[in-house]
Design a binder for this molecule. Structure first.
Ligand SMILES: [Zn+2]
Length: 141
């Protein structure tokens, strides 16, 4: 299915499923709600060279998985829901200077790390739990 551009899967997606999804080379939007994906599965996403939007929900992803996401050069929008992300993971995502929007719901990242992130990625449209950070220079976008 090389023509498939958008995939929204709201079930118990595992790393094994993700391996198959990663062969859909034309995929631009991937929405994995309530998934069971782990770091190993996220490494498969490197094959999706056209992926622009990723929405991911999984409690099994760690810092290592953030490293895999931070390699996704085509990504412009990232939405993480219920990922146990820490300051270290946020700092890793700060390498993604090509990212335009990042919505974070959940996790234990500190305010300090989030301010570092919006400094590291100029112009980033950032929400934590659906809100802008106070004093975010991009808050009106
Ligand atoms: Zn906003």
């Amino acid at each position: 299915m090389p023509q498939l551009k958008l995939l929204h899967i709201g079930g118990a997606i595992t790393d094994e499923h993700l391996r198959e999804i990663a062969s859909l080379s034309g995929l631009k939007t991937l929405n994995l709600s309530r998934s069971q994906v782990s770091d190993a599965g996220l490494k498969e996403l490197a094959r999706l060279e056209n992926l622009r939007l990723l929405r991911l929900s999984s409690s099994k992803v760690t810092e290592e998985g953030m490293g895999a996401i931070a390699e996704l050069r085509s990504l412009r929008g990232l939405h993480l829901v219920g990922i146990p992300i820490t300051d270290k993971g946020i700092d890793t995502l700060g390498r993604m200077t090509w990212l335009e929007s990042f919505y974070l719901d959940g996790g234990t990242a500190s305010d300090d790390s989030l301010y570092r992130l919006i400094k590291a990625i100029p112009g980033l449209h950032f929400h934590r739990d659906q809100l802008h950070l106070p004093n975010d220079p991009n808050a009106d976008h």
